[in-house]
Design a protein. Structure first.
Lengths: 257, 95, 62
């Protein structure tokens, strides 16, 4: 017998169900809306063989499955957020039935309301910074051969020490940038640095942060960043913005009692 | 011998242990000086006031110094990580 | 969506940026079947294994 469950994407306020009616969610499942007062829970029915605890553990360790599911999860929330205030849930929250979801809406209604109030009308922006290696490229094989041993030794050591100074300068830059952009934002959060092997990034990451801003225009944040960069002269950093995001990083609530 | 001890925090009471602890202490200081000298030399090289021959001589001398340090360290059975001076808020003094 | 100016709905989100948020952000509710908070650690550990396998030459995800 196929056991089914209800996968919860997030909770919205002021949601028009038509905005998610055509969406395909996790496992290609249609997206439904369960309401409780002004709150709307975005759910999909899922097969517990795939989304039950043993299945989830297995699948969460499968990068292909994880990617497909993560993108679907996000797509549903992003679509809903275009026209309503949305509090996104972390990946993989499943109830045994819609009844379980409704119960949560009833029990934690006040919590959701508070979170919705905080993030309503706000967008999240991500800022990533990477080390930009300056000067000191590694010598080619020819260069290395042509170089007398003592001088070659000094070159190697210069690169090593140069690296240390570079990182020190980058650390100063990162602190200044984060301070400046945080001041322009309503809230900020730092994430652990991303692993280059997962991101496919060859540069060394030095900052992975998220900022919450009222409205949908990150100009205010960019202004703060550029001002900090101008004042510095030069830090060995390359920066990238991501977003706008549904405010995943700013909806932390108290754990269930 | 008892189990692992925190680095630099206890003195062994047997001769071999004392020798190793003293060795570590001395070599830590020597390694610090070596690194400082090396950075100083590199600044000198960058300043452009040395001839190619002088640079080569300086490099060879520093290279031999590094080799000597490695031999000394191995003689005392120490790993590079054993020679460290961590001054807490001031951070590590040896890279 | 890196270095975007203005709306960039058609640009593909980097998986790593998504995972940062979906695995460490968002509201955490203990659903009836959900992997609990502690078990999200399990996912982190699994990601490390994934990274190792990616590293071993299967190529980074798009």
């Amino acid at each position: 017998m196929t056991e089914l469950g209800s996968y919860l994407y997030g909770v919205a306020r002021g949601l028009d169900p038509a905005t998610v009616a055509e969406l395909s969610g996790v496992a290609g499942s249609p997206v439904r809306v369960l309401t409780h007062g002004a709150l709307s829970a975005l759910v999909s029915t899922v097969n517990l063989a795939e989304f039950g605890e043993p299945g989830l553990r297995r699948n969460l360790a499968d990068l292909g499955w994880l990617e497909t599911t993560a993108r679907a999860h996000h797509a549903v929330l992003a679509a809903a957020a275009r026209h309503a205030a949305v509090v996104p849930l972390r990946l993989a929250t499943i109830y045994r039935s819609d009844g379980g979801v409704r119960a949560v809406l009833a029990e934690r209604g006040a919590t959701f309301d508070a979170a919705l109030h905080r993030v309503q009308g706000h967008t999240e922006w991500g800022l990533k910074a990477y080390l930009e290696p300056a000067g000191h490229p590694a010598p080619t094989a020819d260069q290395a051969d042509a170089c007398p041993p003592g001088t070659a030794y000094l070159r190697r050591r210069a690169r090593l020490w140069g690296g240390e100074e570079l990182r020190e300068a980058a650390a100063h830059g990162v602190a200044a940038i984060h301070r400046a952009v945080s001041a322009a934002a309503v809230a900020s959060r730092r994430y652990p640095l991303q692993d280059g092997r997962l991101s496919g990034q060859s540069r060394e990451m030095v900052l992975n942060a998220a900022y919450l801003l009222p409205g949908a225009d990150r100009a205010l944040l960019e202004e703060a960043l550029n001002k900090a960069l101008d004042q510095a002269g030069s830090w060995p950093l390359q920066v990238e913005w991501t977003g706008p995001w549904v405010p995943y990083s700013f909806v932390e609530v108290e754990p269930d009692p | 011998m008892t189990g692992p001890r925190p680095v630099g925090q206890r003195w062994e009471t047997d001769a071999a242990g004392i020798r190793r602890d003293l060795g570590r202490l001395v070599l830590t200081i020597v390694e610090l000086l070596r690194q400082l000298m090396e950075r100083q030399a590199l600044r000198r090289v960058d300043s452009g006031t040395l001839s190619e021959a002088q640079i080569e001589e300086l490099g060879l001398a520093l290279m031999r110094l590094e080799q000597a340090m490695t031999e000394l360290r191995e003689h005392f059975g120490l790993e590079p990580g054993d020679l460290k001076l961590d001054l807490g808020p001031l951070g590590p003094l040896i890279q | 969506m890196s270095s975007s100016r203005g709306p960039a709905v058609t640009q593909r989100l980097a998986l790593v940026d998504l995972l940062d948020r979906l695995l460490a952000g968002g509201v955490v509710l203990v659903g009836e079947i959900t992997i609990s908070v502690a078990d999200v650690e399990l996912v982190q550990i699994s990601l490390r294994a994934l990274i190792a396998s990616v590293d071993a030459g299967h190529g980074a995800p798009r």
